[in-house]
Design a protein. Sequence first.
Length: 485
Amino acid sequence: MRSSDISTSNATSAKQMAALGSVGSAIVLVSLKIFLTRLTGSLGVLSEALHSSLDLVAAVITYLSVRVADRPADADHTYGHGKVENFSAFVETALLILTAVYIIWEAAQRLFFRQVTIRPSLLAIAILAIVLGIDLVRSRALARVAREQASEALEADALHFSTDVWSTLAVILGVAMVWVGQRTGMSWLRYADPLAALGVAAVVIWVAARLGRRTADALLDRAPAGLQEQVARAVEELEGVLHTERVRVRRAGNRHFVDVTVSIPRAVSFEQVHAISDRVERRVEEIIPADVMVHTEPRAQAGEHVFDSIRAAAQRRGLAVHDLSAHQLDGHLFIEMHLEVDEHLSLREAHRQATDLEEEIRRLPSVTRTGGAKDVLVNIHIEPLGAHIATVDRSAGDLRGLENEVEAFVNGLRHEFFALKDCHNVHLQKVERRIHLSCHCAMDDNLPITVIHDITAKLEDRVKERFPKISRVTIHPEPPDTRDS
């Protein structure tokens, strides 16, 4: 089992155990408060009993939602089951509001329309103190697990029990004042009980409002405040990213999903695009654990080189170009290149593709800035795009003698080509009635590749001139110290 699977399993177990402990605590609290309600007849205690009864229902919902929310994504729920936690918090909000409405209605009845005899006692106050302790312990335990596991359902449950602490205090105060009133003859203190119940209702409404707002935000996919801007700034600092076009964030349970659209230089290769996307994903995950989707948009860089613009124009047409060169003379810009086209095209079709590319090149902003649209001359050499895999003619006889001649000839040119150190690994093959030559040439590794390219081209021409039967020459240049590698 992978370590990530083990950590996920441990997190799931911790959340479920916390939720199950909440259910057990709620059962104990409901039992105690129902007993106190029968004992005292207090509306405050009844309000608390109702509150705790709904807390029990909410705790059961939380436990079930945590079990479902931790299931992995499947074919029907491709983003996982995390929204179940948000939905359970929404149900808890509705239950809290119903509780508050009933408490307010009953308090109004006792304040204005009927009188109920309260039977407070020191035993009731002592039991309420025990209830207060249970609320404190459970709310702290739930809050700790909720923070560690980023569980919205457990956080909602912890919020309920933390507010139970205040509502229980209000009830203790109300019952104590009624008890004092009965012993001192201050009958007006009997109103402390329904007023304490109204205090409980106020706390419940406050909790419901906070929980409802957060639940609505999650269900409506509202992005956490400031997170989009933070992600956008961090991504734009990465190498290869020109600009963060868009960031979208949504949350499902304890999991975030982040969609990032970035613009990148259009001249980069597909492998480079993939590497940039990986960097973006890792950077976002450093900010917030999330499932990250990166979309890339090719864009022209400010001051893009004219050759990059030409390559991008060819790529848009599905064409490949190489040997790009350009020079200026008397206010004119001359651009030359080799264009590779499908080898099965006719000259007319291939020429049309080259002409269309020429016209687009003349309109490129980077080209017109360099030479002016009317002063640009484009010359395209058309050649077939290699796709055919030829078969070597094994009946062509032994070509080793010719190989030795070629090797001796090229090595004899060292006095003419100062960069040439050695020619070796000469191979000749007859392919479809044509002789192909390939060889390695060690050259001065301090020279720029442009100079080396010119030298290899001249060497290829000299070999073809000396051995006319050879139709193709390929020279691989390399530093002298790599000959034996």
